[in-house]
Ligand binder design. Sequence first.
Ligand code: C2E
Ligand code: MG
Ligand code: MG
Ligand code: MG
Length: 289
Amino acid sequence: RAKHSGRSTFSWYTPELDADAQKRKEIELGLEKALKYDQLKLLYQPQYSLKDGVLKGYEALIRWEHPTRGIIRPDVFIPIAEDTGMIQEIGTWVLNHACREAAMWSDTARRVAVNMSPAQFVAGETQNRVAQALHASGLHPSRLEIEITESLLISNTDAVIETLQQIRSMGVSIAMDDFGTGYSSLSYLSLFPFDKIKIDKAFIHNLGKDPSTDAIVTSIIGLGRSLDVTITAEGVETENQVVLLRAAGCDLVQGYLYGKPDSVDVHETAEPEMAARHEARKVSRKLTM
Ligand code: C2E
Ligand code: MG
Ligand code: MG
Ligand code: MG
């Protein structure tokens, strides 16, 4: 096949590239309308304490309710919003919306976690936007958590760390998302005092299937304990993963087993059932010991 793709067949034009560029353009233009016509929504995924089964808070996850294409997931449009700069406006909307909604939750102890892209970190502006969202909503800063990935710390380290420190000094907590997927996740832990580490779901997926994954997850949880950092396991889907995470001493769990991203009302209705399941699990564990 390679031989045939010689000079005579070379062409800049390929139908796939064209379709990709077309789709990008469509998303770009659509995103402006999405903001203007209120097509963006936040869904919330619950985070439970593994020790006592208490619902500690929710992660806000953005969705685009496109008028003709249905629900579009963030992996499709966030990277494009980052490239075009529209992430600033979208990110500010997310911050404000999440804080406003969380301020209305009946349980005032529950936290809301908001994802922020590296592209949102503009010197001086990021902490102002966080402060404004808190002020406008009246949400207590201790109830807000910002999730960042280590890619934020790769460039502009000093400025970014200063911004993170300022946000943290307001009483907002900072979580490192997707921990373990980057090149040097460990080294970033010494750069900034994270309040929380979220073990990437790729590790959780392989828990109990692969001894080296089990060892890595157990080590991250141990590291969290010695650094006094809360550890969340994300992407928890099976009871067997819960058994292993519990044995390793993981603090919080989040995943389809506990609830998919949805409206908070839906989760609140399902909560008594979750609490009962937690009790049942504790009993069955006692019986097998
Ligand atoms: P993330 O922050 O790591 O969020 C976790 C992703 O895993 C979410 O995908 C969630 O729906 C999914 N998930 C949760 N539990 C399970 C599970 O048990 N199994 C599996 N297979 N997946 C699970 P989602 O909502 O599609 O979001 C994807 C990514 O988009 C997020 O990854 C985050 O990086 C980004 N994102 C989402 N909302 C926002 C936002 O408001 N702002 C920014 N900047 N990024 C966002
Ligand atoms: Mg996240
Ligand atoms: Mg993650
Ligand atoms: Mg991610």
